[in-house]
Design a protein around this ligand. Sequence first.
Ligand SMILES: Nc1ncnc2c1ncn2[C@@H]1O[C@H](COP(=O)(O)OP(=O)(O)O)[C@@H](O)[C@H]1O
Ligand code: SF4
Ligand SMILES: [Mg+2]
Length: 359
Amino acid sequence: MQTSLHTQEPSTPSAGISDTALLEIRGLRKWFPVQKGFLKRTVGYVKAVDGVDLSIQPGETLGVVGESGSGKTTLGRCVLRLYEPTAGEILLRDNDRILPVHQLEGRELQAFRRNAQMIFQDPYSSLNPRMNVLETVGEPLLVNNVAKGKELEDRVTEVILQVGLRVEHLRRFPHSFSGGQRQRIGIARALVVRPKLVVADEPVSALDVSIQAQILNLLKDLQAEYQLTYIFITHAMSVVRYMADRIAVMYAGKLVEVAGKESLLTRPRHPYTEALLSAVPRTTSGRNVKRTVSVGEVPDLANLPPGCVFHPRCKYAVDRCKVEEPALRELDGQLVKCHLAEQLALTGIGPSPNGAGRT
Ligand SMILES: Nc1ncnc2c1ncn2[C@@H]1O[C@H](COP(=O)(O)OP(=O)(O)O)[C@@H](O)[C@H]1O
Ligand code: SF4
Ligand SMILES: [Mg+2]
């Protein structure tokens, strides 16, 4: 169990959530204790998520991108209360109420789980091999007391048809399905309770490239049909480019840039975003751009460098960057955490293949 730094005061729900946001995250932290020795003394913390503020509009897809180990999964799990946040607030609009998700317990937490679901990365390990499709997809309806018996079977049937599976699949077990079909089962399981918010954590990274587009298109179709709001987590810029309306770039547990997709892609403001974009294979002109940071240098989250945490890898770093942490601040409608954001003329890539995003 983590130490909670939450205040025990009742929440002041409407404080700060914007008029339109579905979800607002404030000062979110998740620190994992690092324990050593026989007595398991806590000698430090892995600051997996360290002070994240985000606001998500209904119906949008917010892409969260960053290298492996940057805290994306931890952020997604905290939002769904699959991890207990160490500190911070998570507020979800539920009709005319604002739910303080970070404080929910018991029946209220259960009700929240009907509103917010996760699609997991690995369709092989996320499904119970001993449960058939009907049991797997029907389980959230049972445990949340939404439906049972014939009604449950009808709802499961409806959703599996929507994700592109067939009625004869209902009694089959996960081992008889391909990776893409298993991910369809995972998606059906998430959607069967008709959530508003879905956190999709690398939903296609474990799949063959040939299958990825089908699953991404399915997620887009389902979003339109059910007015879903997605937090779409991925390490792949090309995937977020296809899916997102807005993109939040995460580095070492913090957001370093947040912007509408087209602005972020064509005019990145943070050197780390530029580096991620340099790994996208092609520009629209077909020209390959060289990677500007090497992999394998992700910082130790229990022992972060002072100043700007990106400075050891940043080719633009100046002395100030080594001692002073930049704030996440607004610049031309983008949020950016870099001292030099005004001065740098960074290289982006062309517009996304499916046209302009909504923001
Ligand atoms: N349950 C856990 N216990 C301890 N450390 C964890 C746990 N989950 C994640 N971490 C650490 O938190 C950091 C961020 O991990 P994660 O959120 O999985 O990043 P990402 O999804 O961006 O790859 C990593 O250093 C990881 O080792
Ligand atoms: S603050 Fe300095 S080190 Fe950090 S990203 Fe900007 S230029 Fe690079
Ligand atoms: Mg992850």
